[in-house]
Unconditional design. Structure first.
Length: 763
C-alpha cells in the first residue's frame, strides 16, 4: 500500500470498501459511527470507560488513511502533553508512518506555535519568553508597589488569579466591565491589568493566558491571518471538550468556521473543573454552535461492573444540565456498591485498611489484587491524614497522588517549623524557614548577617538573632521585626505547659498560627488552593489533640516523615477526586460522603445549583473509576475546626438507586454490634438495634426522612440525663426536630443528632 502521508486522492490509497481497515473491525457500532462520520460537525459523547481515546486516535488515523486531508491540514487538540504523546504514538502505529506533521498538541502548545509566527502583530518578537506563575506574580508585585497599593490587602497572587480568569474568558483590559472589576485593588485592577500587559510587551514576554488571548486578538484584527488557518485546518479534533474555557472555545469556533469539520469528544457528566475556568455550557450548546451537528453517544462501558454503572448512572440523572446517556456493559455479575456508615474519621480509616488487608489475603474471585489497583478518593486534601497515619501504623505502603503527603504540604511544614522552634529554639532549619513567613521585612541580607554572627559565636540562628536585636547592626525597622519574632517565641515557649503550668499544646498551636499572622496570610490569599490549605491547618490541630504534649506530637511527625515510599510501585493510591479523572482501579473507596463535605458547602454557597451539579458530576467520576469494587463511606461525626460535629450522610447517598447498593451491616456505629449499650434501643442509622448494622439496614433515605438517616425519634425531654459515646454524660437543654442541645459534664455545650444519644439509665 502507498505511503498515506503522500496520497492526495482517496482512490490512490488502495483501500477497498469491501475490505475495511482492520482497525475498524475492532470497534463497536457507535464507535465506528464516530470514526467514519468524517464530514461536518460531530459531537461524540463518550461516557466513562467507553473507549474515547481509541475513537479519537482511530478517527485521526482514518482521515489520513483515506487521504481526506494531509497531516498538516489536521488540527488535533488535547489537554495534556501526555495525552498528545500517546495519541501521536497510536496514530503512527495505525497508519504505519510518522505523524510529526500533524498539528497535534495542547491548547497552549498550539497557541504558542501560531503566536510565534505572528508575534509582531501583538507587539512581540518571535523569540518571546513564556513566564511561569512565579514570574507573573513577581512582575505584578512591582506594578502594585508603583501604584502605592497595600499588598497585604491586595496580594499579588490573588490579583493575578483574577487577571488569569479574565484571560480565560477572553477579556482583554478594554473588555473588562466595571461590574467585573468591582473595587478590587482600590478600583485600579483594570489599570494594573493594562500596565501588566504593556510590561510584558516591553519584556518581550507572554504568560500562559496570553497564548490564546493573543491568538484571538490576531484573528480579530487580521482577517487574512484567520483565513489562512481556516483554509489550512480542514479537519479539527478536540479531546475533553467539556473542560474548555471561553478562550479555548472561541479559538476553536473561529478556526472551524470555514470547513465545519470539527469533531469534539467529551463527557458533560465529567465536567468537574469550573474552578479553573471550564465551561460545561460549551459542550451543552454544541448543536447551537454547529447547526446540523451529529451526536454520537458512546454508552457501552468496558471498565466497570453493571451495579457500579447502574449506581453512577442513577446518580447523575439528578442533574438537569446534561445531554443524557446511560452507561451499560455486557459483563455479567459484580457486587453492588457497598455503603458503610462509621462513627468518625478514625473508624473510617480503620474500616478501609481492614478491607484492603482482606483483599490482599483473599483477592477478588480468588485472584490477588495488587495494591496499586486500590484507590482512596477524597473530596478534600485534609481527609488524607487519618488514612496515612493508619497505613503507617500497619506498615501498609501507600502513595499520595497529585500532591505531597499530609505532613509534607508547605503550610504544614511551616506550622510545624513554628512548633519546633518553641520546643527546640536551636533548630536552624525551622527558624530560617519561617523567620520571614508571613513577610516581615527580614530579607536575605539580614539572614546572611545572622549566619555570620551564629558561626562566629558558635551558636544557633535563633540565639544570634536574640543578640543582634539588642545592638545597632541592623536597621531599626528590621531590628524591630526580628525583635518581635524573638519576643513572640519567648512568650509562646513560656506558655508551653501542656495543660500543667500553661496552655495545652493544642490551644498553644492555635495561638501561634493566629498571632504569627500565618492564618491571616492564608485567609487573605485568594488563590484557589488557599481554602484547602486552611483546612489542612485545622486538620493539623485535630491531629495534635491525639497526643499528650507537643514533644510527643513532634516526635510522631518526625517518625512519619522518615517513612518514605516503599521501593517499587505496589502502593495503595490516595488522591482527590479531581486528580482521579481519567484513571481506573480495581477497587475504589469513597470516604467522607457527608453533607457539607461532599457535596462541598463552599461550592454550593458560591455557585448555587451549578455548584451542586458539579459536585454530583464529581461523585459520578469517583464511582466510575472502579472496575469491580466500590465502597462509599460516611461518618456520623467529624472533627471540624477542632470541634466534634454530628454529620448527616450526603444527599448523593440518598440519590443512588437502591437496587444497585448494599448497606454494610457488619458492625454497629458504636462498635458494640447489635444492641450496643444493652438497651435494645436502635442507636444508629440501621433499623435494628446496634447502629449501622444489626438486622436488615434500610437504604439511606428511602424509608426515612429525605437526605437524613437516623433511628426513630427517641422521645427525649428537656432536662433528661443522657449519654453520648464521644462526649459522655450530660443533660438535654433544648430540642429542635431531631437535634438536641446538650450540656455535657466534660465536653460542654454541644448540638448532636438524637440518633447518637441514649438515655443515661440505659447505659
Amino acid at each position: 500500500m502507498s505511503d498515506p502521508f503522500y496520497i492526495e486522492e482517496p482512490q490512490n490509497t488502495g483501500v477497498s470498501e469491501a475490505a475495511p481497515a482492520p482497525y475498524l473491525t475492532q470497534l463497536n457500532s457507535p464507535q465506528r459511527e464516530a470514526v467514519e462520520t468524517l464530514d461536518g460537525p460531530v459531537l461524540v459523547l463518550a461516557g466513562a470507560g467507553t473507549g474515547k481515546t481509541r475513537v479519537l486516535t482511530t478517527r485521526l488515523a482514518h482521515l489520513l488513511r483515506l487521504g481526506k486531508a494531509r497531516p498538516y491540514q489536521v488540527l488535533s487538540v488535547t489537554f495534556t502533553n501526555r495525552a498528545a504523546r500517546e495519541m501521536r504514538e497510536r496514530v503512527g502505529h495505525l497508519v504505519g508512518g510518522p505523524s510529526e506533521a500533524i498539528w497535534l498538541g495542547t491548547f497552549h502548545a498550539l497557541g504558542a506555535r501560531i503566536l510565534r509566527r505572528h508575534a509582531e502583530l501583538v507587539g512581540l518578537r518571535d523569540n518571546f519568553t513564556i513566564l511561569d506563575a512565579d514570574d507573573q506574580v513577581r512582575l505584578l508585585k512591582q506594578l502594585i508597589a508603583a501604584e502605592n497599593l497595600d499588598d497585604k490587602r491586595w496580594p499579588a497572587r490573588m490579583l493575578m488569579g483574577v487577571i488569569q480568569r479574565w484571560k480565560d474568558r477572553a477579556l482583554t483590559p478594554d473588555k473588562v466591565s466595571a461590574a467585573d472589576a468591582g473595587d478590587m485593588a482600590g478600583g485600579k485592577l483594570v489599570e494594573l491589568y493594562r500596565d501588566y500587559q504593556e510590561r510584558l510587551r516591553t519584556l518581550n514576554a507572554a504568560d500562559f493566558g496570553d497564548l490564546l488571548l493573543h491568538n484571538l486578538t490576531i484573528f480579530a484584527e487580521n482577517p487574512g491571518v484567520l483565513e489562512e488557518y481556516q483554509d489550512r485546518f480542514q479537519y479539527i479534533l478536540v479531546d475533553e471538550y467539556q473542560d474548555t474555557n471561553v478562550s479555548q472555545y472561541l479559538w476553536l469556533r473561529l478556526l472551524a468556521q470555514k470547513h465545519r469539520n470539527i469533531a469534539c469528544v467529551g463527557d458533560d457528566d465529567q465536567s468537574i473543573y469550573a474552578w479553573r475556568g471550564a465551561e460545561v455550557g460549551n459542550i451543552l450548546r454544541f448543536e447551537e454552535d454547529f447547526p446540523g451537528a451529529k451526536i454520537v453517544r458512546l454508552e457501552q462501558n468496558y471498565r466497570s461492573t453493571g451495579p457500579i454503572l447502574g449506581a453512577a448512572s442513577g446518580l447523575i440523572t439528578k442533574n438537569e444540565g446534561r445531554l443524557g446517556k446511560t452507561l451499560w456493559t455486557e459483563a455479567e455479575g459484580g457486587d453492588r456498591v457497598a455503603i458503610r456508615g462509621v462513627w468518625d474519621g478514625e473508624e473510617e480509616a480503620r474500616v478501609v485498611s481492614d478491607r484492603i488487608e482482606d483483599i490482599q489475603r483473599k483477592g477478588h474471585d480468588g485472584n490477588p489484587v495488587p495494591l496499586n489497583q486500590i484507590a482512596i478518593l477524597v473530596r478534600a486534601g485534609f481527609q488524607t491524614r487519618e488514612f496515612e497515619e493508619r497505613f503507617l501504623t500497619l506498615g501498609l505502603p501507600y502513595r499520595v497522588v497529585g500532591g505531597p503527603r499530609f505532613y509534607e504540604r508547605q503550610e504544614l511544614r511551616d506550622a510545624l517549623a513554628y512548633l519546633r522552634i518553641i520546643q527546640q529554639p536551636d533548630d536552624d532549619l525551622a527558624f530560617e524557614r519561617i523567620v520571614n513567613k508571613p513577610k516581615r521585612g527580614i530579607g536575605n541580607t539580614t539572614l546572611q548577617m545572622l549566619h555570620v554572627t551564629a558561626r562566629a559565636a558558635g551558636t544557633s540562628l535563633y540565639r544570634a538573632a536574640a543578640e543582634l536585636v539588642t545592638t545597632d547592626e541592623l536597621r531599626p525597622s528590621t531590628r524591630s521585626s526580628l525583635g518581635g519574632v524573638i519576643s513572640d517565641f519567648e512568650r509562646w515557649r513560656a506558655l508551653n505547659g501542656d495543660g500543667r503550668d500553661g496552655l495545652p499544646h493544642v490551644e498553644l498551636a492555635e495561638m501561634v498560627l493566629d498571632e504569627s499572622g500565618y492564618t491571616e496570610m492564608l485567609m487573605n490569599d485568594k488563590a484557589p488552593e488557599a481554602p484547602g490549605r486552611l483546612e489542612n491547618l485545622k486538620e493539623l490541630i485535630v491531629a495534635m489533640d491525639e497526643f499528650e504534649n507537643l514533644a510527643g506530637f513532634l516526635e510522631h511527625v518526625s517518625l512519619v516523615m522518615e517513612n518514605t515510599e516503599a521501593a517499587g510501585s505496589d502502593l495503595v493510591n490516595i488522591m482527590t477526586l479531581h486528580s482521579a479523572k481519567g484513571l481506573e482501579f480495581d477497587t475504589v473507596f469513597l470516604p467522607g460522603w457527608e453533607e457539607g463535605l461532599f457535596p462541598h458547602q463552599r461550592n454550593m454557597d458560591e455557585n448555587g445549583l451549578a455548584g451542586l451539579e458539579e459536585e454530583r458530576r464529581l461523585a459520578y467520576v469517583g464511582l466510575t473509576r472502579a472496575k469491580r469494587d466500590a465502597t462509599i463511606l460516611f461518618a456520623a461525626n467529624r472533627r471540624v475546626h477542632g470541634q466534634w460535629q454530628s454529620s448527616i450522610p450526603s444527599r448523593f447517598v440518598d440519590e443512588l438507586p437502591p437496587e444497585f447498593v448494599d448497606m454494610d451491616s457488619e458492625q454497629g456505629v458504636y462498635g458494640g454490634g447489635p444492641g450496643a449499650f444493652g438497651s435494645g434501643r436502635s442507636l444508629g442509622y440501621g433499623s435494628g438495634g446496634g447502629g449501622y448494622g444489626a438486622g436488615r439496614v434500610r437504604t439511606p433515605g428511602r424509608d426515612t426522612e429525605p437526605n437524613l438517616i437516623h433511628a426513630d425519634p427517641q422521645g427525649f425531654n428537656i432536662g433528661e440525663r443522657v449519654f453520648h459515646q464521644k462526649f459522655g454524660y450530660g443533660h438535654v437543654t433544648s430540642i429542635v426536630d431531631n437535634k438536641l442541645s446538650i450540656s455535657f459534664d466534660k465536653a460542654g455545650d454541644k448540638k448532636v443528632l438524637d440518633s447518637f444519644v441514649v438515655a443515661a439509665d440505659a447505659v
